[in-house]
Design a protein around this ligand. Structure first.
Ligand code: AMP
Length: 541
């Protein structure tokens, strides 16, 4: 027997309608490139989204068309999110930190019809526009000093001017595509992940829950995570569907700018990658500052070091929430909140749990699979690759059947490429990307754990660990560090002393190299492939 309940498609336009109708007075704050702070209400935001949606339709944008953005976290980018998806087109956010060849590949592959770009990216435009066969127009997200371009251009304000601020949103299928984000693997071409209205709404509802970001009416939310990377972890939707104040930081993401904005706007919740928080931590520490309003910070994208967790919790009185996910998962898969029996335990016990990536959120099914395809138990010991399935996880890359090969099993699980263990309590600990794991004498060493322990050393600014060839053990760990002060790097012996009580003895790196900087991917992760290349013929002492 079927239940007697309404069919009510989960659409991005429904979040918009709810937010503007019931939370119209709430504020959106936006720092625009090179400009002072702009602020308006949800209500005024809504009027401009309708104008933009009408302008897009007048420009011939049809349901299913891809409309690209190359933009910072600001109010115009937010307007694009809602207007493009609302009319049934696909909001394709391009990551400006990708290599030019990757961007050219992406616009060609996505076949974008319009491109909305911030003028700060003007130098990127000509080569990518040349690769988009059906690009009709370039719209600058600014209103003065607009750069010249060979493509037909206009300004955003001119583009929307004169259009009605009222619209009847189309009744879309909830499975229709709403946005597109390419993930830049370390090998091969970027792969497109095509989100649907349904996946977006479900994911946004899940991440706002009390066991995750816990966003409500009284929060002021600052997504440092870019709108061009996995829809800023869903925050542009979750903040609005909860009537929260949204603070969009624009391009300046250094410690001082973030602190100033957080203090001025009374930010209570923020989200970003560890690199950003390290800069903020240094700024706060060097200037003896306190984050007075901040209650929660969500940290993911790469593993958060224990020293950072302890700094923010102990010195800043902020709840530090470690989370894990990936572009293919919208992105959130696990969130590290402490269970009741852990919350009042001593600092050490809590930190031990908080360095893990946490508990799966409802809606993400997970299993650990070893090299022989055997499902592994959750016993804190067994390690395997993480496979996932759920309503906001991709079921295949956009127009790229080849990329799907080997990525899905018979039961529809997606292979993440991350290697992890689960504690008996259900907390997932990521050990490595499967290709970064160091295999020494048949045992695994987690490069992530070693790196995170190493960055806790006061003389170390950044650390990476890779496996290098060893006659005896097949591979042994090489520690590569960027010292805080180039004149006084720590010695290998000092690092061994420091690491001795933090990792098993046989994990201690056999050698250490000091470098001025580490290679990073477009999304700020350490580019292990380049490091491995750099130290390919490394001779261990
Ligand atoms: P992306 O699709 O660019 O967001 O990258 C996803 C990958 O980042 C995951 O597969 C993990 O390897 C890594 N990652 C994300 N969050 C974490 C985390 N909290 N700890 C360790 N690795 C993470």
């Amino acid at each position: 027997m079927l239940g007697k309940m309404m069919q009510w498609p989960l659409l991005v336009s429904r979040i918009f309608e709810y937010a503007t109708q019931f939370h119209g007075e709430q504020t959106i704050v936006s720092v625009c490139a090179g400009k002072s702070v702009f602020r308006y209400s949800y209500r005024d935001f809504g009027l401009r989204v309708c104008q933009l949606a009408n302008a897009l339709q007048a420009a011939g944008v049809k349901p299913g068309d891809r409309v690209a953005t190359l933009a910072w976290n600001d109010h115009r980018h937010l307007e694009l999110y809602y207007a493009i998806s609302g009319i049934g087109a696909v909001c394709h956010t391009i990551n400006p930190r990708l290599f030019p060849a990757q961007m050219e590949y992406i616009v060609h592959h996505a076949d974008d019809v319009l491109l909305f770009a911030d003028p700060t990216f003007s130098e990127l435009i000509a080569p990518i526009a040349a690769k988009a066969p059906n690009l009709r127009q370039l719209i600058w997200l600014g209103d003065e000093d607009l750069p010249r371009s060979d493509v037909r251009t206009t300004s955003y304000e001119d583009f929307i001017a004169g259009h009605s601020d009222n619209i009847e949103w189309p009744a879309l299928d909830e499975n229709a595509a709403s946005s597109l984000c390419y993930t830049s693997g370390t090998t091969g071409n970027p792969k497109g992940v095509l989100y649907s209205h349904r996946s977006t709404v479900l994911h946004s509802m899940a991440v706002t829950g009390a066991n995750a970001l816990n966003i409500g009416l009284h929060d002021a939310v600052l997504p440092v995570v870019p709108l061009f990377h996995v829809n800023a972890w869903g925050i542009p939707y979750s903040a609005l569907l909860n009537g929260a104040k949204l603070v969009l930081p624009g391009p300046k993401l250094d410690g001082e700018s973030l602190y100033t904005l957080m203090a001025a706007e009374g930010v209570t919740v923020t989200a970003g990658v560890p690199t950003i928080w390290l800069a903020l931590q240094n700024h706060l520490r060097d200037n003896q500052l306190q984050l007075r309003n901040l209650k929660r910070m969500i940290v993911g994208g790469s593993a958060a070091p224990r020293s950072m967790i302890e700094y923010f919790e102990e010195q800043q009185n902020v709840e530090f929430i470690h989370a894990w996910g990936m572009t293919e998962m919208s992105p959130v898969g696990t969130v590290c909140k402490l269970k009741s029996h852990l919350i009042n335990r001593d600092r050490d016990t809590r930190s031990e749990v908080q360095v893990t990536q946490g508990l799966p959120v409802f809606g993400v099914e997970m299993k650990l699979v070893d090299d022989d395809g055997q499902v592994q138990p959750h016993d804190g010991e067994a390690i395997g690759e993480v496979w996932v399935r759920g309503p906001w996880i991709t079921c295949g890359y956009y127009e790229d059947a080849q990329a799907d090969e080997g990525k899905f099993d018979r039961d529809g699980y997606f292979r993440t490429g991350d290697v992890a263990s689960f504690s008996r309590d259900g907390y997932m600990r990521i050990c490595d990307r499967s290709k970064d794991v160091i295999k020494t004498g048949g045992e695994w060493i987690s490069s992530i754990d070693l790196e995170n322990a190493a960055v806790g050393h006061p003389l170390v600014a950044e650390a990476a660990v890779i496996g290098v060839h060893s006659e005896k053990w097949a591979e042994r760990p090489l520690l590569v560090i960027v010292p805080r002060d180039p004149g006084t790097p720590p010695t290998l012996a000092a690092m061994h002393d420091y690491l001795a009580d933090k990792v098993p003895k046989w994990w201690l790196p056999d050698a250490m190299e000091v470098v001025a900087q580490l290679p990073h991917t477009a999304t700020g992760k350490i580019q292990k492939r380049d490091l491995r290349e750099q130290f390919r013929d490394y001779q261990l002492p």
